[in-house]
Write a protein that binds this ligand. Structure first.
Ligand code: HPA
Length: 271
């Protein structure tokens, strides 16, 4: 893996004339529009980056965007890789390894989620303050590569506390209602049964989704600080579990994009 990270990083550095981003962003559901706010210097299609996973969706290769946002140099993934698509955990998290090798110190992630917390509403924006890994595996399983990080990474502050506070502060200043809470990540692709939502709520999560946790585990392993933000697109609240579709998830998330983008842009400006 080390050789792959090194050769990919070298190729990217050649393409981008040694552009050195300090912030990495995974533009998940709800942050897609943020790309329009980036002053783009380079946009590399995933299928032109050596060792990057090959997209399973025809015509949707995704891009790695290099540019400036909120006065800082950023690298943003336009399109992420999900475990349910059939990628290994190492493939899902490979871009995070490359971001680290490029010099990224802070990782920002967004996602859509189902909300189990009964105080949450559809459209709720939740700043992630912790997570529970319910994926059947972990990207760090296997021989540890000491150059990348420790065998047993500390996860006591997976989402940096001062970032959570900053996110809440920015939301307050802009009259945007946000909550904070715990994100449970699991494989998907099925949405949850009512019994599963009940179970996930009872073990301590406020929302559930199919991403983010692998990337944050690898980011922490490599010594980055993380900020995560989730849009509740449907409810898994006991007694009111609704029918949910991918289209509905996208629709709800799109409606909240301007608020999400504002928070993240301002967040970048201030860190
Ligand atoms: N469950 C899992 N993932 C999701 C959900 C959900 O209810 N909504 C959006 N992503």
């Amino acid at each position: 893996m080390l050789e792959q990270i090194e050769s990919t990083t070298k190729s990217i550095c050649d393409e981008t004339k040694n552009f050195k981003p300090e912030i990495g962003i995974i533009l998940g559901t709800g942050l897609g529009g943020l790309v329009n706010e980036i002053t783009v210097a380079y946009a590399l299609p995933y299928n032109e980056i050596p060792n990057f996973p090959v997209s399973t969706v025809q015509g949707h290769s995704g891009k790695l965007i290099f540019g400036e946002l909120g006065g800082k140099k950023v690298v943003a993934m336009q399109g992420r890789f999900h475990f349910y698509e059939g990628y290994s955990m190492q493939q899902v998290t490979f871009p995070v390894r490359v971001m680290k090798a490029l010099g990224v110190k802070t990782l920002i992630v967004s996602n859509a989620s189902g909300g189990m917390n009964p105080t949450f509403q559809v459209g709720e924006i939740m700043i992630i303050n912790d997570h529970i890994n319910l994926f059947p595996t972990n990207p760090l399983i296997g021989k540890n590569i000491e150059q990348l990080g420790p065998r047993f990474p500390d996860m006591s502050e997976a989402y940096k506390k001062s970032y959570v506070e900053l996110g809440k502060q920015i939301a307050k200043e802009n009259n945007i209602k946000v909550s904070e809470g715990v994100y449970a990540g699991l494989s998907g692709p099925c949405f949850e049964t009512p019994a599963e939502y009940r179970y996930i709520w009872r073990i301590g999560a406020d929302v559930v989704g199919m991403s983010t946790v692998p990337e944050v585990m690898v980011a922490k392993h490599s010594g980055m600080d993380c900020f995560g933000i989730s849009i509740v697109t449907d409810l898994g609240v006991e007694g009111v579990v609704q029918n949910v579709s991918h289209e509905e998830v996208q629709h709800i998330a799109r409606g909240q994009e301007p608020k999400m983008s504002l928070i993240v842009k301002e967040f970048i400006r201030r860190i």
